[in-house]
Design a protein around this ligand. Structure first.
Ligand code: VGL
Ligand code: ZN
Length: 202
């Protein structure tokens, strides 16, 4: 049975959204963006994870790409008192995905989820504001696999948000470590996985 949820939009218009009921395999690719691969803030092994992710992406029903998506005056940049070089500035090449990563993906099952767009806030983790009732991201029984860049920042923080959501909704999470690149090292991610009994996706 399909459940119709009615949400209010601007003005008096109403829009009906079909709640997804069937559990899916979902790949969450975190911040696989040029600046983190060979741009202004490269991860140590950024380029090598691309073929690994390409190798598994078609095993999933849906692929979610998170995007670090900063205004040019973002507070995390050194010029503005932050700790990072300028990176992933909205609409620049450095914020883009590597060539080929979208090949053979169905646009109907692919989503792009920007974060870090508020200039006055760092936002490493996607899904920080997602609640269980945001029906269009995750439902009970989903098998969610996470990979991407950077292990100890956005992958870790996104994973923490997924764990919180999975406790509310009831879906599985694992980490595709062959598809994870780090800036300094993987240790904080691997420790968090151990402490929370999160499996490696193979
Ligand atoms: C990230 C540093 C700054 C990441 C984003 O994607 O892990 N790291 N902004
Ligand atoms: Zn950033």
């Amino acid at each position: 049975m399909a459940v119709i949820v009615t949400v209010s939009c601007t003005g008096s218009k109403k829009q009906s959204i079909m709640k997804r009921e069937e559990a899916k395999k979902i790949l969450v690719v975190v911040d696989l963006q040029r600046d983190f691969i060979d741009g202004t803030l490269p991860a140590a092994d950024g380029a090598s994870i691309i073929p690994s992710i390409e190798g598994i992406k078609n095993d999933f029903d849906m692929v979610y790409f998170t995007l670090d998506w900063h205004p040019w005056n973002h507070c995390s940049f050194k010029d503005n008192g932050g700790i990072w070089p300028q990176h992933c500035v909205q609409y620049t090449i450095g914020a883009g995905l590597p060539d080929g990563i979208l090949d053979n993906l169905d646009p109907a099952n692919t989503r792009f989820l920007p974060k870090g767009s508020d200039r006055s806030q760092e936002e490493y983790g996607q899904f920080s504001r997602t609640v269980a009732t945001d029906q269009n991201f995750f439902v009970k029984g989903d098998k969610v696999v996470i990979c991407g860049i950077a292990a100890e920042y956005c992958v870790l923080e996104t994973l923490k948000n997924l764990v919180r959501l999975s406790n509310e909704i009831g879906f599985e999470i694992s980490v595709f470590l062959d598809g994870v690149a780090h800036i300094e090292n993987n240790t904080p991610l691997e420790e968090y996985m151990k402490q929370n009994d999160i499996k490696v996706y193979k």
